[in-house]
Design a protein around this ligand. Structure first.
Ligand code: GLU
Length: 471
């Protein structure tokens, strides 16, 4: 039997990191077992589903590299099939029409609550099929078994047993004929030959109901794994008020997909005390059975640590590819003449940036024609007496043919020696002159990468500023 897993988001909002972790676990399980992974968009709630949300799901999956072997399937395109199954259940006496008004159901509920009973449908319409009030469009209810229990072994939570007496005859088609969530999921999992349903544990109460419907249809039951939720730092379910929860927000904030995937796989699952996992290692080592039963708390610091780890260790051209959109967002043209290759910028900046957004912001000066000099830095480091050494520095660099970090370093050392000043007294104004700021990677490497024309241009401008200073 080929393993088949699925990710089945409802497109009613952003793609939540919790959803992505579930998707990742499903994806890993399929990869690990040589199985298939399916993407299914559960868009039957037409009022709340939006195309923007579908787009966010597809973009998020693509960004993370969570590829699917089939899909995306859209439930709204499968209504005929759901109707056929509902008709089949009706014809086989496994489902029935219910004409009860809201008023009757409310009264029933009220009476049961007062009698301290669990509110549930009393099967009035099953027992009185002739009771069909004129003008009422019926719903369809599934005839849930009355006795016995649904017992299944959840791959994460262990054996779960629910008495059928706890379960209602749930509505599988609304009065307008629209199928409900539990019905569509069951039909899809069945039709798509899903062998392992890996999903958030907010669905655990639906599972016994779905198992009963699957059994009524004579379908083979999948295995289930319910993944605990992710909490914020205050112990509450992770939500917007804790900060970013949408995957695309993490992309915008400058996280690498490798870092987010690594972070999410570890959140709620461990392999000894290993923290860093390549995709290949994740596939190799991941075990759904060892996912934690308890919820896990999101820790942005750890995610940042992993992000920096990947910024430093992934090949620079891979990081550069992900840096590109950040540069675009800042309006910086990367592919212009005279600008250094982005991968070289990544190599230079890798040690100093926790996010790609930070890296982009710190790399502006490589891609700008004109830079602004930070006023505070200028005030602190530009001194009138530096005009002579800085002028000599300009000429020495202008005469330099071997435009490498080592040669540039030597020029700075020589000029400092000639003028009997500390090297920093030269290097810092040079840094401010060429980057506009008082912090950058090592100045010789920065100047080397910036290139001769831009360096000389900027130094010339700095000389003008120095000339204008009072003695
Ligand atoms: N569409 C459901 C959701 O987004 C998931 C259903 C399932 O995985 O069975 O919560």
């Amino acid at each position: 039997m080929t393993v088949c897993t699925r990710f089945a988001p409802s497109p009613t909002g952003y793609l939540h990191v919790g959803g992505v972790r579930t998707a990742l676990y499903s994806w890993l399980y399929a990869k690990k077992t040589g199985g298939r992974f399916i993407l299914r968009i559960e868009d039957t709630d037409r009022e709340r589903s939006t195309q923007a949300s579908v787009d966010a799901i597809l973009a998020g999956m693509a960004w993370l590299g969570l590829d699917y072997d089939a899909g995306p399937f859209y439930q709204t395109q499968r209504f005929e099939r759901y109707h056929a199954v509902i008709q089949q259940l009706l014809a086989e006496g496994k489902a029935y029409h219910c004409y009860c008004t809201k008023e009757r159901l409310d009264n029933l509920r009220e009476t049961q609550m007062q009698a301290k009973q669990k509110p549930r449908y009393d099967r009035h319409c099953l027992h009185h099929p002739q009771d069909k009030p004129a003008g009422v469009q019926p719903v369809v209810r599934f005839k849930n078994p009355q006795v016995g229990a649904v017992v299944f072994k959840d791959l994460i939570k262990g054996v779960i047993s629910i008495n059928n007496s706890e379960l209602d005859d749930l509505i599988i088609a609304r009065s307008d004929g629209a199928p409900t969530y539990n019905l569509t999921v069951v039909v899809d999992d069945w039709d798509m030959c899903i062998t392992h349903v890996i999903r958030g544990d907010d669905h655990i109460n639906n599972t016994p109901r779905q198992i009963n419907i699957l059994q009524a249809l004579g379908a083979t039951l999948p295995a289930y794994a319910h993944v605990p939720m992710i909490l914020g730092d205050d112990g509450q379910r992770l939500s917007k008020r804790h900060g970013a929860v949408s995957v695309l927000q993490y992309q915008e904030a400058g996280f690498l997909p490798q870092a987010l995937l690594n972070y999410l796989v570890r959140l709620g699952w461990a392999h000894g005390d290993q923290e860093v996992f390549s995709i290949e290692q994740m596939i190799d080592l991941f075990e759904i059975e060892s996912v934690n039963k308890a919820p896990s708390a999101f820790n942005t610091e750890k995610l940042l640590w992993l992000n920096q780890h990947y910024i430093k260790t992934l090949p620079a051209d891979v990081v550069a590819e992900h840096l590109m959109p950040q540069m675009d967002a800042l309006g910086l043209a990367v592919a212009q003449e005279g600008a250094p290759p982005l991968a070289a910028v990544v190599q230079l900046q890798a040690e100093r940036a926790k996010t790609l957004k930070e890296m982009a912001q710190n790399s502006r000066y490589f891609f700008q024609d004109v830079i602004e000099l930070d006023e505070t830095a200028v005030k602190k480091h530009f001194r009138a007496h530096l005009l002579a050494p800085m002028t000599d520095l300009y000429h020495a660099l202008a005469a330099l043919h071997d435009w490498t970090a080592a040669a540039i370093h030597q020029v700075i050392v020589d000029i400092a020696a000639q003028h009997v000043v500390n090297m920093g007294k030269i290097a810092q104004p040079l840094r401010i002159a060429v980057t506009g700021r008082s912090m950058s990677p090592s100045i010789d490497a920065t100047v080397a990468l910036l290139g001769k024309p831009r360096t000389l241009n900027r130094l010339q401008h700095a000389l003008v500023v120095l000339t204008a200073l009072p003695n």
